[in-house]
Write a protein that binds this ligand. Structure first.
Ligand code: NAG
Ligand code: NAG
Ligand code: NAG
Ligand code: NAG
Ligand code: NAG
Ligand code: NAG
Ligand code: NAG
Ligand code: NAG
Ligand code: NAG
Ligand code: NAG
Length: 883
């Protein structure tokens, strides 16, 4: 008896083992055979191998059950650049529930054979090259819960048989070429939580009313397709909806009034750019009237019941570009979570409700081009998160409320084309104001000189008012890309730097104004010469020579030599640390650094010398004179940190040598000099591919400093003089992170005295002392503009390049004029795309600038052009000029 028992037990055990091992080998074989039909150019599936020591459950993209018997449940091969054939052999993985092949290059029709995968619940082939119609047999996928074929080339009609996929929770056919009318297939798809038919421009369909029965639907995305007709009354049934996007269709009629009562969970509503009309009930999205409270007074202990806070989750309300009329719903502006309200280009009338409160989280309100009358609401100044408010082209009157620009993040105000009167109040709190337009009102009084204290003010339009007095001198210190005061009653001398580079039309209509280039040239005696632009140009030119260093490789091979030699020289308190085998003594260095070997007059931190070592090799030595009061220990630690950087786009620190007073940093020498030398040559010629290479290289060097190198570093002084080039135009950054060596305080005073108004400095440098990655990104953007335009950032006789470019692109076809005309037209598209990157990098608001990684991706995609549409830029907002 006992014997039998044991035997059975052993048998069971071995049987289990047998089943397990045979199952494993089969699953691995299935995977290998699946791999066999796939092209994998980047070899991302290298772990998929039969001789691998890694268990197949640990191969790239595979997930297995968590406990034995181990079996594959999910295959996630997203974004691996795979192509070839999706073999049905994969269905031999009997427990495969999820297959994600999104963001690859599979080029075929819809792989119906995957319906043989008996356990498959989620199929994601988004963003591939799937083409052709959806066959009727699509119903074979009846076990699927997730069907994502968005961003492909699927065409033709949606078949009726889709209605049989009754388990579907996510149906995404967005961004395809579907056409015709959407059939009534949704009656039985009661599990749907996400329905996306957006961006199918060939659809011509009314909105199927049975969608309204989908009580579990959370996201309904039908934007940018061909839907017409009315929004069905049945939508009242969408009790779970959080996102409703019907924008950019051809919808008409009124929004069913009952809808508002049911959309309790709505977070985002977008019906913009349709032909919708009618008015909004005035009490939508507002707390109940007092009558309800009256009835329940006795029960009002504790909090107000949830149900009365209709729209209490609403964050985005977009109804712009329709034909809506009537009063604007008062409750909207006081919702506790609302962030974005866009209602421009409608026919709303009445006053702008003054219901905003201090608790509001509003960020953006656009009400332009309606028929609003009345005054600007006082509540405007209470909202601390508001960064954009525009209500131009309305009938607003009265004075600007004194607090209208009190939000500390306010960036854009447009109240032009109204009937406002009175003076501009003092605007001291909105230190981030970028754009202020008050054109075409009846404002009067003087232009407040305090406008000049707003550090990032860039667009200022005060035209067509009744302003008097003179133009404040201080305004010429701002980086104004637009300054329009035409048709006022201004008088006196125009600050010279403002006249310069601005179209005369921006000053016209002010008979009292005088100055160079105006009909009235002030007085006969000497028209004041403004500061010779030549001076800074000269300084820049000298600087560029100073940095025109180059390299001779210290030794062929560049083996990593990290021996530190250290000794006290008898002659003085000199110590040296070499990270490369430099056969040189401090004495050689110190005596070698004379006026003959110096290049230029010296930059911010000291002069640069080119020294020939006894071996005949050349090195560049930067003599830092201003070394603050770092202890010699800190100093050494910091320089070692910099010297350990190994990146092809960052110059090597070969060693250093220091005494009490100075430090010599020894860099590799590049004979080709700096980018600045190249650009400043009268015969500057460089083909587009080399310019792109330089910009990508610089971006990679910066990204490395920002994110990969530990500790993370900021360059803090990116400019074309600090970009050296090797023989193949591979750029190398120099003079990086000098703040670590000289100390923050010394760095700031030195930089400030050198380049307070350098055009490479981001605007926020003016008001914040904390250095950020975004400041480097801005400076990079300036360098990229130099490469695109083929001109120096601070070219003499002109405004700084960012201003210049922004002024150009403000006019039609202006962007093309920015491009260096020496480059063939065939690169125009690429150059315009690069310009777009540069403009984003030089955005006035730091948070609008991309990261260096995004920049690299965008620039690299220009080179390959394969998937331009994936570039991050295409996903940005419609504004072509970010602020
Ligand atoms: C691995 O698979 C290949 C073909 O798929 C086969 O030729 C080879 O013999 C296998 N190697 C081992 C170690 O099983
Ligand atoms: C597996 O074997 C092939 C040759 O059959 C070899 O090229 C490959 O490097 C091996 N892979 C591993 C992970 O050992
Ligand atoms: C997968 O790898 C992890 C970590 O390396 C290891 O703990 C685990 O046992 C492996 N799984 C299998 C099935 O080999
Ligand atoms: C990705 O795949 C595409 C098309 O198959 C190919 O042209 C491209 O070179 C691949 N990219 C990489 C990095 O392998
Ligand atoms: C897909 O493959 C066909 C040939 O089979 C080819 O003509 C077409 O250009 C391919 N599509 C893409 C986007 O690569
Ligand atoms: C499909 O994959 C894409 C790309 O990773 C992803 O954005 C999308 O959310 C996935 N779809 C679903 C329904 O999970
Ligand atoms: C919905 O399901 C019912 C019952 O299974 C069926 O009769 C009907 O045809 C289905 N409707 C659609 C549109 O598929
Ligand atoms: C919009 O719908 C109207 C009818 O409602 C039709 O006449 C018009 O052609 C449609 N426009 C577009 C762009 O589809
Ligand atoms: C103002 O809105 C009307 C439609 O209501 C539109 O036709 C017009 O172009 C808009 N004006 C501007 C300047 O956008
Ligand atoms: C402009 O101001 C002057 C006096 O400062 C006044 O006489 C004139 O009526 C004003 N014009 C308008 C259009 O407000």
């Amino acid at each position: 008896m006992a014997t039998t028992c044991t035997c059975t037990f052993v048998l069971c055990l071995s049987l289990t083992f047998f089943m397990f091992s045979s199952a494993s080998s089969t699953e691995a074989d299935v995977l290998l055979s699946f791999k066999g039909s796939i092209q994998d150019p980047k070899n991302t599936l290298s772990s998929w191998s039969n001789n691998s020591t890694v268990h197949y459950c640990n191969w790239t993209g595979i997930t297995c059950t968590t406990s034995p018997p181990l079996t594959v449940t999910s295959l996630n091969l997203q974004n691996l650049n795979l192509s070839g054939e999706i073999s049905s052999s994969i269905c031999e993985l009997t427990n495969l529930a999820l297959l994600n092949l999104a963001d690859n290059y599979f080029n075929q029709s819809i792989p119906l054979h995957l319906s043989q995968c008996s356990s498959l619940e989620s199929l994601n082939l988004s963003n591939n090259h799937i083409w052709g119609p959806i066959p009727d047999q699509i119903s074979q996928f009846h076990s699927l819960r997730v069907f994502d074929f968005s961003k492909n080339h699927i065409e033709g009609r949606i078949p009726e048989s889709f209605g049989l996929l009754v388990k579907l929770q996510v149906l995404n056919l967005g961004s395809n070429l579907l056409s015709g009318s959407v059939p009534s297939v949704f009656v039985n798809l009661t599990e749907l939580t996400v329905l996306d038919l957006s961006q199918n421009v060939y659809l011509m369909s009314d909105v199927p009313s049975e969608i309204g029965k989908l009580g579990k639907l959370e996201q309904l995305l039908l934007q940018s397709s061909g839907f017409y007709g009315q929004i069905p009354e049945s939508f009242v049934g969408l009790q779970s909806l959080t996102i409703l996007d019907l924008a950019r269709n051809n919808l008409s009629g009124v929004i069913p009034q009952t809808l508002w009562s049911s959309l309790k969970n709505l977070v985002s509503l977008d019906v913009s750019q349709n032909k919708l009309s009618g008015s909004f009930p005035n009490d939508i999205c507002s707390a109940p009237g007092l009558k309800n409270l009256g009835l329940h007074t006795n029960f009002l202990y504790g909090s107000i019941p949830n149900s009365i806070g209709e729209c209490s989750n609403l964050e985005r309300f977009q109804v712009q570009n329709n034909e809506f009329s009537g009063d604007f719903p008062a409750g909207l502006l006081s919702l506790s979570k609302i962030k974005l309200i866009r209602a421009e280009n409608n026919r709303f009338s009445g006053a702008i409700p003054d219901s905003m409160s201090m608790e509001a989280q509003l960020e953006q309100v656009q009400l332009d081009n309606n028929s609003f009358t009345g005054k600007i609401p006082h509540g405007l100044g209470l909202v601390k998160s508001l960064y954009r408010f525009s209500a131009s082209l309305n009938g607003l009157y009265g004075e600007l409320p004194p607090n209208f620009c009190d939000s500390p993040v306010m960036s854009i105000i447009n109240l032009s084309h109204n009937s406002l009167s009175g003076q501009i109040p003092e605007m001291k709190k909105c230190r981030k104001l970028v754009s202020l337009s008050l054109a075409d009102n009846s404002l009067s009084g003087e232009i407040p000189p305090s406008l000049a204290d707003l550090p990032v003010l860039t667009y200022l339009d005060l035209s067509d008012n009744n302003f008097t007095g003179s133009i404040p001198q201080g305004l010429q210190n701002l980086k104004l890309a637009l300054f329009n005061v035409s048709f006022n009653q201004l008088s006196g001398e125009v600050p010279p730097d403002l006249v310069f580079g601005l179209p005369a039309s921006f000053l016209e209509g002010n008979p009292g104004l005088c100055g160079p280039g105006l009909p009235n040239s002030c007085s006969v005696d000497l028209p004041r010469h403004h500061k010779p632009a030549g001076l800074s140009a000269l300084a820049c030119a000298l600087l560029s020579i100073a940095f025109g260093l180059g390299i001779l490789l210290v030794a062929a091979g560049f083996f990593v030599f990290h021996r530190s030699t250290k000794w006290k020289s008898e002659t003085g308190g000199w110590h040296s640390v070499f990270f490369y085998p430099l056969r040189v003594t401090e004495h050689d260095l110190v005596t070698g650094m004379d006026d003959k070997s110096a290049v230029g007059s010296g930059g911010a931190f000291g002069r640069v010398y080119i020294i020939s070592l006894p071996s005949g090799e050349l090195v560049a030595i930067k003599k830092l004179v201003n070394i603050g009061n770092q202890s010699s220990k800190t100093l050494k630690a910091e320089i070692k940190t910099l010297a350990k950087i190994r990146h092809k786009n960052i110059i090597k620190v070969l060693g250093f040598c220091h005494s009490e007073e100075s430090i010599f940093l020894i860099y590799e020498y590049l004979p080709k000099g700096s980018l600045r030398d190249l650009i400043s040559r009268a015969d500057f010629q460089l083909q587009w591919s080399d310019r792109l290479k330089i910009s990508i290289g610089v971006a990679q060097g910066l990204a490395y400093l920002h994110k990969h190198y530990v500790p993370h570093l900021l360059h803090r002084d990116i400019k074309s003089t600090n970009i050296l080039l090797d023989a193949d135009f591979e750029p190398k950054l120099t003079d990086f992170a000098l703040d670590r060596i000289v100390g923050e305080a010394t760095f700031q005073t030195t930089i400030a005295s050198e380049s307070a108004h350098s055009c490479y400095n981001a605007p926020e440098c003016g008001y914040t002392k904390k250095a950020t990655e975004q400041m480097d990104v801005y400076s990079f953007g300036v360098v990229l503009l130099e490469l695109i335009a083929g001109r120096q950032a601070d070219q003499a006789e002109s405004v700084d390049i960012v201003k210049w470019v922004r002024r150009k692109i403000n006019i039609a076809n202006g962007a093309v004029q920015v491009l260096d005309s020496k480059i063939s037209n065939s690169f125009q598209q690429e150059m315009l795309a690069a310009l777009d990157v540069a403009i984003h990098c030089t955005a006035v608001l730091p948070e609008k600038r991309p990261s260096m990684f995004e920049v690299i991706r965008a620039l690299q995609s220009l080179g390959s052009k394969t998937r331009l549409s994936d570039s991050y830029l295409s996903t940005h907002e419609e504004n072509s000029v970010p602020v």
